[in-house]
Each structure stands twice: as C-alpha cells, then as structure tokens.
Ligand binder design. Sequence first.
Ligand SMILES: [Zn+2]
Length: 316
Amino acid sequence: MSTGFNLTPAHIEQALAKIDRDGIPQRRNSKVYDLLIDNKKYPLKIVVDIAHDIAGLPRPQGEGFNSIVSKEFFEANGYTVLTDKKQAHEEFRKSRLAEPGKTCPECGHPFQDGIDAHWRKNHANIMSYEEAWPLIQAGTYHEEKQRREADREADLKDLEAVVKDLDAIDKDPDLSPTEREVKGKARVGQSAYRKQMLELWGGKCAVTGCDLQSMLIASHAKAWAASSSKEKLDPHNGVPLVPTLDRLFDNHLISFHPETGDMLLAREIDTRERRMQLGISTVEKSLRKAPNKQQAAYLRHHFEAFMKKQRDKAVA
Ligand SMILES: [Zn+2]
C-alpha cells in the first residue's frame, strides 16, 4: 500500500496555489484523473506530487496503482475527481499486469469477479476456461499458448502435405479403387489427423474406453469414397475403435445413432451367440459420450448407410 498520503488540506491548497501561479509543467497533462475545482481542471498526479514536495515527503511511486489511491484519497476528502474511464481502466490494468491471475493475459482486462464468464465470452475459442485458468494462475499461459500454436502450425503443414499425397494416390492410374482406399487410409492414419481425432475422444476407444494406443483404429464415419480430402482429414469424422468394433463399423454391421450415440447392431450379429463369438456381448452399447454437432453430421451418413443396408437385406 502507498504510504505517501499523509497530506493535510493545507498541503493540497498550497499545491493548487502553486499550479495556479506556475502553470502545469510541460508534458505533464493529466493521463487519467483531473481534480475539478471552480470549473478548473488540475491533473491529479501533479497535485499529489507537488503536495508531497511541499509536505517534505517523497513523491509516491507506481503510476497506475497510485492514481487509484490518489483518486480515493481526494474523493474521501470531499474533492471532485474527473475520470476518463478508458484511461483509468488502462492504468488499473497496468498496475495489475505484474501479478499472474489478476489480469486477462489475452486482452488485459482486470479480473475481479466473473473471470470465467469473461473468458467464456471472449476467449473460449483459444482455450477452454478450465484449461486456461490454471495456466493463468501459474503465469505460464503465454508459454503454453505459444507451444500449442506451434503444434497447430506443424499439424496444419502436415495435413497440407497429406492432402497432396491423397491427391496423388487418387490420380495414380496403377491403383485399383480398393488399393487407393487402403493407401489413403494408411497415409491419413499416420498424420496429425489421428492425434487430433484421438484427442476428441480422450485417447480411448469411443465405445470400450480401451486406451491401448496400438489397438485403436481411426474409423471414418462418412464413407472414405464419399468423403472429400477435407472430410477425410476432419477429426470429427473419425471414431477411435478397437479392431473388432472397427471392422464391424467399417462393414456397417454396427452403427451409432447420430444424436444419442447408441449402438445399433445389424440383424446378422444381433444374436447372443454371434455377440459372444465376436466378443462384443459385454461391450457397452453406446458411445462413451454423445456426439457433438460435427460428429453427428458424419455419423448420420454412416447411420443412413447402415439402415439402407438393413432394409436391402430384409427385401432380399
Ligand atoms: Zn480477456
């Protein structure tokens, strides 16, 4: 806390008289607050400095913080203080910048209450509040953000390269459609797509929760042949599944309801015996979390293909 406010009304009167006599020192117009006396404005900071000189006290240090304290001091002593809100805000922000967790690291907004509301409204697209807050408190937010941006940049470059490779695979006259799909899927599976897709599912099988990475296959919800390059590389189009479920999903022997994530079984496997043989009798019969909007759009393609196959079978 500032200790420099042992001023008496006489010190202030003398400071004002001195300013009336000598004028305001050059380049020292008010940055934030003005004292208003008889329709005349006096820069608050200068009044405070000169009053301290007159009282024989050291001038208060720490611009931002002291202007707030000065304002409160003068208002408490019955003076009128004019404020430029924008500048006052800026000063306050600066005064708190040094303390991690007191100021928004993105826009400099001083946190009082409702930091989470502020974050959710303004910066949730950068990082969730839950992720950002511990970093802000630890003072490592910017560091971590930079690291993530670098990661994202690298992923983007990687994915651009994959798009080129997919294009080349698609145009290769020596490959059959099946070979193209196998090669394309392998290429996509090695890219940043897999990492991003797994992140969306917490690095686990979307149904069983198995986190053995070597057992997780990135299944595409929307059929490979029907997907554009962008869709093939969209992590929302992917569902990480253990091998049996992946094969069943790929063959439209299971599907997931696009809204609820409930698993549907094709008639061929919907007997106790078949389920036992396939080792899916004990499996939870839905996705571990309801699909988000983007995932649901892709799952709908799969779901519709699954339903059509079931209908066609019933007719045949
Ligand atoms: Zn902010």
